[in-house]
Every structure is written in structure tokens, then in C-alpha cells.
Write a protein that binds this ligand. Structure first.
Ligand code: ADP
Ligand code: MG
Length: 237
């Protein structure tokens, strides 16, 4: 039946992402191998040696970034759908991102509404991580990462905003295009593509509004399961 088909497709995202990793990581690995081979030469000037080691390390870092953008949390298990409390999940994601925020002098402001969505926990964490990481990286001289949630009928709406460098219209248009990055060697251009695919997998939608030098807001809409209005938990840190 049609229902069954959609479910099977949904179940495949984790394995799709995993196979993308093995593909993407092959390049930096090949480069590292090349440099190690060069280092095997006996009479190699010290300068050259240092250069090769540095380049090899930067390729390893790149491989790590790629893995980070795809599946930071994934254990080699099947994707499983469960009920997720958005408040709990957002708090968990913030614990992971906090060290990076601190390093960039980024304050975090939150107002979370507890409500339930359905999907894979690891994928939801990955999506939140990729978006919040970009926001923090957009504020190299500090700023505030704001995350708040509210109900909108049968949806939970999550706003994630920064007051960072912002994006041009072209950057906004190209957001989520594989390999599209403005971060040079430091970027993978994979984080938003992965985030978009996860939102899609959750039957949700995401939109962006951004102004250059002012900041960016991502709005995630996800189908929710309840509409009970527990009080909004508001914290500042
Ligand atoms: P990466 O972070 O490796 O560059 P992403 O796919 O995560 O790749 O993001 C793609 C591009 O989208 C970034 O290089 C940046 O130009 C832009 N971008 C994403 N989020 C933001 C943001 N919060 N503020 C400004 N630019 C952003
Ligand atoms: Mg990114």
C-alpha cells in the first residue's frame, strides 16, 4: 500500500546518510594517504615534512567535519521512530552545542514549549546541531543564539535565530545545496542539506529569513501530536 511505501522510504534516511559519509570521506582519506607516502621519503627537508603533516591533519579534520555534519550521534542501528519531547530534545542539543557557543562568546536564550513530535531522535539531534552550529559560526565576535518554540494549531514551530553576519539573497537561495559553503576549506556545505532532508523526513518544513550583517532566523514547522498547553518554560543562560 501507499502508506507502507512512505514508511520504507522514511526508514532509509539513516542508511542513506551513512553511505554518503563513506563516499564523502574517501577523498580526504586519499589525500592523507598521499601525504603519508610523501613523508616516507628518506631525504625530505624538515620544512616539507612539516608542511605535509599539517596538510594531512587538515584533511583529517575535514573528514571529521563531514562525519559531524552527517551523523554525529548515530549508532549503527536502524532508524527508529519514537515520540520526542521537543523541549527535552532542544535542551539535549544545547548541551552539545554549549562549548562551541562559549568559545565564540555566544549567549543562549531559550523559551521552550514542551510538546510531542514523532521521528528518529538521532536525526532530530543532528538537524538541530547543524542549524545551531551554523548560527554560532555566523557570530564569530559573539552574539545571542535564540531558540523558542510555540504551538500553531497542529504544528510545533521552532525558531532558531542569531544576530550574526546574515546572508545575501543568493546565499539564502543556495542554502541546502550540497557542497555550497562560504566558509572555504573550513566548510563542508553539507550541514544544511542534511538538516533539510531530516526535516523532510519528519514531514515538516523549514524556512529562512536573513538580513546581511543583522542575522538569520530559521523557522522549523513540525507536525505535533498534542495540543495541551503546558506553561512555557523560559530560561536564560
Ligand atoms: P558549512 O557550514 O559547512 O558551510 P552548511 O550546509 O552548514 O555548510 O551551510 C551552508 C552555508 O549556508 C554556509 O556556508 C553559510 O554561508 C550559510 N549559512 C547557514 N547558516 C547560516 C547562518 N545562521 N548565518 C549565516 N549564514 C549561514
Ligand atoms: Mg554548517
Amino acid at each position: 500500500t501507499r502508506m507502507l511505501k512512505i514508511r520504507t522510504e522514511k526508514m532509509e534516511l539513516v542508511s542513506q546518510l551513512a553511505s554518503s559519509i563513506s563516499h564523502e570521506v574517501r577523498n580526504p582519506l586519499t589525500v592523507v594517504r598521499g601525504f603519508l607516502q610523501l613523508l616516507q621519503q628518506v631525504e625530505l627537508p624538515k620544512k616539507k615534512k612539516e608542511e605535509y603533516v599539517k596538510l594531512a591533519i587538515s584533511e583529517i579534520d575535514r573528514a571529521e567535519s563531514i562525519i559531524g555534519d552527517y551523523l554525529t550521534f548515530a549508532k549503527p542501528s536502524k532508524e527508529k521512530e519514537e515520540f520526542l519531547n521537543t523541549k527535552e530534545e532542544l535542551e539535549r542539543a544545547l548541551e552539545v552545542i554549549k562549548p562551541l557557543a562559549n568559545m565564540n562568546s555566544v549567549a543562549i536564550e531559550t523559551a521552550f514549549h514542551p510538546c510531542w513530535i514523532r521521528g528518529d531522535k538521532q536525526l532530530f539531534q543532528q538537524c538541530l546541531l547543524n542549524i545551531t552550529k551554523n548560527c554560532i559560526e555566523a557570530m564569530p565576535n559573539g552574539g545571542t543564539l535564540r531558540i523558542h518554540t510555540h504551538f500553531d494549531g497542529n504544528k510545533v514551530v521552532i525558531h532558531v535565530s542569531d544576530n550574526g553576519i546574515g546572508m545575501t539573497e543568493e546565499q539564502q537561495r543556495r542554502l541546502g545545496e550540497p557542497y555550497y559553503t562560504t566558509k572555504g576549506k573550513k566548510g563542508t556545505g553539507l550541514g544544511m542539506m542534511v538538516a533539510f532532508r531530516i526535516i523532510e523526513n519528519f514531514n515538516g518544513s523549514i524556512s529562512v529569513s536573513s538580513e546581511l550583517h543583522k542575522g538569520t532566523t530559521f523557522t522549523l514547522c513540525l507536525p505535533t501530536l498534542n495540543t495541551d498547553t503546558e506553561e512555557v518554560a523560559s530560561t536564560k543562560e
